[in-house]
Design a protein around this ligand. Structure first.
Ligand code: FEO
Ligand code: CA
Ligand code: CA
Length: 683
């Protein structure tokens, strides 16, 4: 049964209020990439489309309706595995995960498969630092918020403490605030300075020590000396060749090396040297009056990053002049970076790595190559933006001695930043196409750099990375979100969440890797570096998933029969479980269901068999997945966020129920009895 959507005002399923407070209405305005650099369009696209539609259409023709596809449950935790076997098989194929898929729904709850348990680990407003006051939305202060768990948790990391069995550090991003859902009586046109300060304190990150429960996936937050709040005011250091450049100097920081705060921290990654990388994503929305900047070149650069408007929605510029571009035109150049945080050292200063480029960073994920060279994979999440890779010049040291840590701390300051150009004319079967990594800039020891882009200095390439990538002819993609290498195969998985402007007048058309016009459901790419070397200059790629309604002819699930998969829409964050399956969190389900977390095998006869593991409450987005051997951890971000909702008229009371206000929170899920999360054939 196809479900009735909630009030939806965007083609990708997000309410307008989400767009306003999260991404500055990016989808309501033209994408800021004016270039059309797609090098290989129609011919390759036609070939790929024929193949996909042929496969999909054949399957769709025998697969029945979405009702059948969704009929793996009928309710959370109540479903049975589909009856049909895989192609060519006589009977039902056992679940590759050992759980029955959760059916699409619009409930105000986190729904998990039967036989699984869940726990809310920590909510917006819960204490993080000793002495934090109890949460009271009616009496919230900035001082309290700065000691409490921030708003709209997104990326999550769970790092075990080797010195203390059972103790782990939970690290969470707090991507953005939606003050009308946080502050009773909030007037968006005239926020008070205290309300602005509450919003700033609710941004950033949290580090919270948690104690594991040996018998379940339960995590208990503890008041611990390592606990930390990072906010929009926390001092950070700029590293790499753009540090100190005139492009990042401001009146408050004439040296151009110290920035206050991190903003719009979306996804991230954990490094092999046990730090956390966090991506500053839609930072344009915090900076006002780009349209009034006098210098045409500066104005054009701001516009390329979406900063070409007037007042912001949060009005921070009325309280802090650094958010007013007519007063501090270079302040936004200090945001839009990958930030590295050492969660084990609460006194450490987070570092913004300019060598990794400046764009709307979704996240960053690291792979160490056979020679110790480190590759960092990154996506720029906006329509028609690009996929990037940084390759270190130095090599990773596996030890944990001070000298090893000091060496690894420099890994992301010296190396080469590349952007991807795809081609797509390979014959079937096999990879769908190839591609090359185009060098943009090499960052050198001592904070110097070498530009590969004519007419741009190294610092300019790093600060205006989008413009550099335009120049070299990168392939405009359908919103690259999480890009993550598989821990054992090294293949790289990229979630391309959607692009409602693909193929519209004046915009790039479809191509092999972005094969659908007005793409509302997104796709998942699989990249294989040439020679399995993360430092390679070329790669091959395949479309693993072309998401959407399995009954639709334009969807594709790795070739697996589509009557046995869960519908999936708008893939966003990816993760891998202990046995190498891919897990995908969604954002903005265009099929009318709540968002969720899905698992999909990458190997064997069930490759492409997407199964939904959980759904999140009304108005929420699933993000930050951590999938361990015995638990899955998700961020439930912005529950209750809808245009016709408010604090006085909520559509969600999750997680506390009754008449409570909705609170973003972290949820842990585990198999009852504490067995492995993935137990093939047990359902
Ligand atoms: Fe914050 Fe790209 O999602
Ligand atoms: Ca995201
Ligand atoms: Ca991820």
């Amino acid at each position: 049964m196809r479900l009735l959507p909630l009030a939806v005002h965007r083609p990708h399923g997000r309410p307008a209020i989400s767009c306003r407070y999260r991404c500055n209405d990016a989808c309501s305005r033209p994408a800021p990439n004016p270039t059309d650099t797609t090098p290989f369009r129609e011919v390759a696209a036609a070939a790929l489309s024929r193949r996909r539609v042929l496969q999909a259409g054949l399957v769709a023709g025998i697969s029945g309706t979405l009702a059948a596809a969704c009929g793996t449950g009928g309710g959370a935790g109540a479903g049975a595995a589909p009856a049909a076997g895989a192609a060519g098989s006589a009977g039902p194929m056992p679940s590759p995960f050992g759980f029955a898929a959760v059916a699409p729904n619009t409930e105000d709850a986190v729904r998990v498969p039967g036989g699984f348990e869940q726990q809310v680990v920590i909510r917006w407003g819960d204490p993080v630092l000793p002495g934090a006051p109890a949460f009271d939305a009616n009496a919230q202060t900035a001082a309290a918020q700065a000691q409490q768990f921030g708003f709209n948790n997104d990326f999550l990391a769970l790092l075990d403490d080797p010195a203390s069995p059972g103790r782990a550090l939970l690290v969470a991003n707090h991507e953005y605030t939606t003050e009308p859902f946080m502050i009773p009586g909030y007037d968006p046109d005239a926020p008070t300075p205290e309300q602005v300060a509450i919003g700033m304190a609710a941004h950033g990150m949290s580090v919270v020590a948690v104690q594991r429960d040996g018998a379940s996936g339960r995590l208990t937050p503890t008041m611990d000396a390592v606990n930390r709040r990072i906010t929009a005011s926390t001092p950070m250091t700029l590293t790499g060749p753009a540090a100190g450049d005139a492009l990042v100097r401001t009146s408050a920081d004439p040296e151009g090396r110290t920035v206050l705060g991190t903003l719009n921290n979306c996804a991230g990654g954990v490094t092999p040297w046990r730090t956390v990388l966090t991506g500053e994503e839609n930072v344009d929305q915090y900076f006002a009056n780009g349209e009034a900047v006098a210098d045409p070149a500066a104005r054009a650069a701001l516009a390329r990053y979406g900063m070409d408007g007037g007042a912001t929605d949060r009005r921070w510029e009325a309280v802090d002049p650094r958010f007013d571009l007519t007063r501090e035109p270079t302040e936004p150049n200090r945001f839009g970076w990958i930030v590295e945080v050492d969660p084990f050292d609460p006194a450490s200063t987070p570092r913004k790595h300019t060598a990794l480029g400046r764009f709307k960073h979704e996240g960053a994920n690291v792979r160490v190559g056979p020679t110790g060279t480190v590759a960092v994979y990154m996506g720029d999440d906006e329509r028609f933006e690009y996929l990037y890779k940084f390759v270190s010049s130095r090599t990773h040291r596996a030890g944990d001695a001070p000298a090893d840590r000091a060496s690894n701390a420099r890994l992301l300051d010296e190396g080469t930043l590349f952007v991807a150009r795809f081609s797509g004319d390979a014959p079937t079967p096999g990879p769908d196409g190839g591609g090359e990594w185009l060098p943009l800039v090499e960052s050198l020891a001592g904070g110097t750099g070498r530009s590969f882009v004519p007419g741009m200095t190294a610092a300019e390439v790093l600060v205006h990375t989008r413009m550099a990538a335009d120049t070299v002819g990168a392939t405009p993609m359908d919103r690259p979100e999480d890009v993550q290498p598989h821990p054992t195969t090294g293949r790289v998985y990229a979630a391309l969440t959607n692009n409602d402007e693909r193929g519209t007048p004046g915009k790039p058309g479809v191509d092999a890797v972005n094969p659908r016009p007005e793409n509302t459901n997104g796709q998942v790419l699989e990249l294989t570096e040439t020679g399995d070397d993360p430092a390679a200059r070329t790669f091959g790629w395949s479309l693993l998933l072309v998401c959407g309604d399995p009954a639709a002819a334009d969807t594709y699930f790795g070739g697996f029969p589509k009557d046995q998969v869960s519908p999936i829409s708008c893939p966003d964050n990816v993760a891998f479980d202990a046995v190498g399956n891919l897990w995908i969190a969604t954002d903005g389900n265009a099929l009318g269901s709540n968002d969720g977390l899905f698992a999909v095998p990458l190997e064997g006869p069930q490759r492409g068999r997407v199964q939904q593991f959980l759904t999140v409450p009304r108005g929420a987005e699933t993000c930050g997945p951590v999938v361990e051997e015995r638990l899955a951890l998700v961020s439930v971000q912005h529950p209750g966020e809808a245009d016709d909702a408010s604090l006085a008229n909520p559509i969600s009371h999750w997680p506390d129920g009754g008449t409570s206000i909705a609170r973003p929170a972290v949820v842990s899920v585990w198999r009852a009895g504490g067995g492995p999360l993935v137990a093939p054939g047990s359902a």
